[in-house]
Design a protein around this ligand. Structure first.
Ligand code: BGC
Length: 746
């Protein structure tokens, strides 16, 4: 990152003036989201806040109790997978600007976002916060978002570095990974976040990597991040991720944060002071940590005047949320041109599904926020159709785990006692209780919902909900089913236990399709879910990740054709879980040893997501990069020419809108190496570009592929290599729908 001699001098002078106690106070939590400032020297405490989906509400300094209730309503951003579904760096940048401005307006210095771990299994509860199974897409979108945030004088904290790819056993799982897989698949998005995005801070994760916790892993934090990538920002621990004093301090963790309020007992508190006093650790180790935090503070203009003032819930912020939500909607299937629905011709519309009325912003763990408003799909459909149609609603499926869906008010509070790090258990939501199998009698006793006093079984409730929905579907001109996951499943701290859609939704969807063939299925989920039970029967399917405060409105605009969908999948939807490489090699969640430890070997290597499916010829239901439009696009005239700098190529091609409406198209560029010296995936995403085209319009698009586009990580020399030879460049609409290609000699 840019070296600023004047700033470094200022930092050095401040450190020279600090006592050991002051330095110690500056490098560990002195509150749940703050370290300790140094008034005497005019040094402010570093004020942090979650998280990726907006600025989280505030807590008391020493208790997980919410404060400032009336002030904390903010804009709710689309989650990571939703942002990545736009495949639009400009949108990501604008969202970042909003996030930064709102964080600034709420008095924060650091926003604990974005989350960019690679989506390795569809079961990971936190996939919704992450971006993609592909490091290039995740890295590009993250870098743009980071630039946006930091342009508003707020630092990002990119998380979770690294390999936090599952929530199950996230505190203890030891990820065993080879160098190539680490460098080629799991680290590049972080590297791009730092080198392209310029991230001012990084959060180290809970898990272990090859035997050592991330927070005390010198290979990860010092050799790779700080020395290898020349990163001069701060490493902040995940909350409770530090397990040692000297090891973590020497490995490269700079600021220890945690969930408990015994701040002086943190590893980087009294115990680190003792280690310095006894000579076990040199004081200049602390100085470097202090310098990194001060550097961050200087970069966000904390000491120079003229810092952005920020603001939140500004009307222009909500407009950005709408643009983003519109571009994040992915049309997966549209047979018979059933979509868009014509509101003028549908006299009555049945909206079916709990997800049509479910609010999602508050829940799911640390990314929870309180949005100023949240437009549900049912609201959006009513808003868009106006007086043209009569919209009727039925729940369709019975949600039998409401307590998990709504989540705890202060779930982090319950982790205060979790000194062994098992926050999930402390939160009273252990794995068993997340199985959610409806166990008839017990739960039914609590469900006197429908028959007044008389308890009825869950099966009966399900039947009643289903019958009511089918009856409504039969009487209406069209049906919009809105289902998917909710906060019991798209959540921090837990993974799903099954790929299936919960609450017998498959059965409900099939019954609706039978009752009314004019049924549109919309699935809202932060991860891939199994759509095979109904996919063949459904003429139209839409997918959306958690899409922010305007989600319901944007979805309705797409359904009724006010917006032409342009989102593309940032993840693959396999037919079955066993097709997913982590599962096919039997490495999820890992193997327990006799002492409660767990090891997960990423033995599928770099073959994650489409890298596996396309190389090994495994069919998927919906491929990476897939997304339909209401118009059609044609590709042509592809050409690759060497740039003057010799190491790069310009790939030029044309896209024409051959349909009759305006549409945006994402051109995806994949690279294939011929006769590679090491095993390489059949296709790797190395570029993309979103363009808007009027009907009949033809546009030339040129994309530069630099050396990195041809590289792989060479284990023998520990660096990235690009071998000379022949490569095919393919451009298309998804990894399985390549339209034009050409060869080049690198
Ligand atoms: C999460 C982080 C979050 C932190 C602070 C942890 O449980 O893993 O992503 O930023 O809590 O709330």
């Amino acid at each position: 990152m840019h070296y600023d001699a004047e700033m470094e001098k200022w930092i050095e002078d401040k450190i020279n003036d600090m006592t050991l106690d002051e330095k110690i106070g500056f490098i560990h939590g002195a509150a749940l989201f703050k370290n300790k400032g140094i008034d005497r020297l005019g040094i402010q405490a570093l004020v942090m806040s979650d998280g990726p989906c907006g600025v989280r509400f505030d807590h008391k300094d020493d208790e997980w109790v919410q404060i400032d209730e009336p002030l904390c309503y903010v804009s709710w951003l689309p989650s990571g997978t939703a942002i990545a579904s736009t495949w639009n760096e400009d949108i990501a940048m604008s969202l970042g600007e909003v996030l930064g401005n709102e964080a600034c307006g709420r008095g924060k210095h650091v926003i604990l976002a974005p989350g960019i771990n690679i989506v390795r299994t569809p079961l990971c509860g936190r996939n919704f916060e992450y971006m993609s199974e592909d490091p290039y897409l995740a890295g590009k979108i993250a870098a743009a978002e980071i630039k946006g945030v930091q342009s508003k004088d707020v630092a990002v904290c990119v998380k979770h570095f690294a390999l936090n790819n599952q929530e199950k056993e996230r505190m203890s799982v030891d990820v065993r990974i080879d160098d190539r897989t680490l460098h080629e698949l799991y680290l590049p998005a972080f590297k791009m976040a730092i080198e392209e995005g310029g991230a001012y801070s990084v959060m180290c994760s809970y898990n272990k990597i090859n035997g050592l916790y991330a927070s005390e892993n010198p290979i990860l934090l010092s050799d790779i991040l700080k020395n290898g990538w020349k990163y001069d920002g701060a490493v902040i621990s995940d909350w409770g991720a530090v397990h040692s004093t000297a090891e973590a301090a020497l490995a490269g963790t700079d600021l220890e944060m945690s969930v408990t309020n015994n701040f002086d007992e943190y590893f980087f508190a009294d115990s680190l002071k003792d280690a310095v006093r006894s000579g076990e650790i040199e004081e200049n180790v602390l100085d470097d940590k202090v310098a990194r935090i001060l550097r961050l503070q200087k970069r966000i203009m904390l000491y120079d005047g003229g810092r952005n003032k920020g603001g939140y819930n500004l009307p222009e912020h909500h407009a950005v949320m709408l643009d983003a939500a519109r571009e994040g909607v992915v049309l997966l299937k549209n047979d018979r041109g059933i979509l868009p629905l014509d509101a003028d011709k549908c006299r009555t519309i049945a909206v079916i599904g709990d997800a049509a009325v479910r609010k999602l912003a508050h829940g799911g763990g640390s990314s929870e926020i309180k949005p100023l408003f949240e437009i549900t799909p049912l609201m959006g459909i009513n808003m868009v159709t106006g007086s043209r149609t009569v919209v009727k609603y039925a729940k369709g499926y019975y949600v039998d785990n409401e307590e998990h869906v709504v989540g705890e008010v202060d779930w982090q509070a319950n982790s205060l006692d979790a000194s062994d790090g098992s926050r999930c258990e402390a939160a009273g939501m252990d794995d068993d209780s997340k199985e959610f199998e409806s166990d008839g009698a017990d739960k039914a006793d609590a469900d006197k919902l429908i028959n007044g006093e008389k308890p009825i079984s869950i099966d009966k409730l399900r039947r009643q909900y289903l019958e009511e929905a089918v009856a409504l579907a039969e009487e209406c001109d069209a049906v919009i089913f809105v289902g998917g996951l909710n906060r019991a499943y798209d959540t921090e701290g837990f993974d799903r236990t099954s790929y299936e859609l919960p609450y017998n939704q498959g059965e409900v969807i099939n019954a609706l399709l039978k009752a009314n063939p004019n049924t549109v299925v919309s699935i809202l989920s932060g991860s891939a879910v199994d759509m095979t039970p109904f996919e063949k029967n459904a003429p139209a399917i839409i997918w959306n990740s958690m899409n922010g405060m305007q989600a319901g409105f944007a979805l309705a605009e797409v359904i009724f054709g006010d917006v032409n969908p342009s989102g593309k999948l940032p993840i693959s939807f396999p037919f079955r879980l066993s097709d997913c490489p982590a599962h096919s090699v039997g490495e999820y969640p890992g193997t327990y040893d006799g002492d409660g430890g767990i090891t997960c070997s990423y033995s599928e290597g770099i073959y994650v997501g489409y890298r596996h499916y396309s190389t090994r010829g495994v069919d998927v239901l919906f491929p990476f990069g897939h997304g339909l439009s209401y118009t059609t696009f044609e590709y042509g005239n592809i050409k690759a020419s060497r740039c003057e700098d010799e190491d790069s190529f310009e790939v030029a091609f044309e896209i024409t809108n051959t349909g009759s409406v305006f549409g945006k198209e994402v051109a995806e560029i994949y690279v294939t190496a011929h006769n590679p010296v090491v095993d390489r995936p059949a296709l790797e995403l190395k570029g993309f570009k979103k363009v808007g085209l009027e009907p009949g319009e033809c546009r030339s698009v040129a994309i530069k592929l630099d050396r990195k586009a041809f590289e792989y990580y060479s284990v023998s020399d520990g660096t990235f290599r690009a071998d000379s030879g022949k490569y095919t460049i393919s451009v298309g609409r998804s990894v399985n729908d390549l339209r034009v290609s050409c060869d080049l000699i690198f």
